[in-house]
Design a protein around this ligand. Sequence first.
Ligand code: SAH
Length: 305
Amino acid sequence: MTEKLPDFEAGVAYWTATSADVDGVLGGYGEGTPVPRLDATSSRLLIISLLPQLSTISPPHLPPSSAPSRPSRPFRALDCGAGIGRVTSTVLLPLFDLVDLVEPVEPFVVQAQTNALQGKEGWKWLHVEDESKRKGVRIWRAGLQHFDPLAPARPVRGEANGAGDAGTSAKVELFSQLGKEYAAWPEPSEDLKVAEEGYDLVMVQWCIGHLSDSELVAFLQRSRRALRQRAEGTCEGYIIVKENVCKDTDGDGAGKVFDEDDSSITRSDKAFREVFERAGLTIVRREVQRGFPAELFPVIAYALR
Ligand code: SAH
């Protein structure tokens, strides 16, 4: 049997027809359920445990003297398949200074921009009066298979990303730039200077089933190259992949379940591990999300570099 692969346009069509709110992007598990709060709290704890210098308060589980102080440079994060910016608002903006969102669906990027302008929840950081404390976001309209975090304005080429590369779907558009007026945004057509401008975190949540294995391997490799590095060349940033996970035995033992509705695949733990290994990434941490309703797929967060 030939493996069913996600179709970019079919995925975009599905999400374009979905309501542009938290209920929509979370498949009905919105504000009326414990899912958004639990999810955001766990993600923030995971990020702070990986990057303790991001903590804005002295961590209650450490003696005060051992708390690392926050360096005075801007911390940068990338929100992948960002939808309406739920993760940016509830997880990333409270911790990071400059956040890039990547999302292919027009009504979602429009809603993310509206949310940012309204300034509720974490979006309030874009409106802080003191310019030195104000944060910034850029919203990119693109599919991840067409996006290079190292130089977003440079088109992605290569077999892994399908034949449609020359088409309009491969376009990467800087849709909006909000918040801090004099933010030190890197030049999008040139390689990031990873020591000063690399991402401290590339956050991938509930979207990566829209990429085939080869597209995912290629995207993870591009992301890895865009992480912050120390002067001596060691990696300082992380990629977090937080996704639904099916059983290894699902999909007739392939560990991959194709969803006809949104044209995406759910992968098993083993299928994810294989992809990470192909991308040359190491799993630094693996956390199973607790507290979600039992009828949902288990959700696992992998921290990688
Ligand atoms: N990560 C967000 C949104 C989850 S909904 C959150 O957790 O709230 C799934 C998202 O994946 C939708 O916004 C959808 O438009 C996006 N998506 C679909 N195809 C994609 C692709 N090829 N690249 C990136 N994102 C994609």
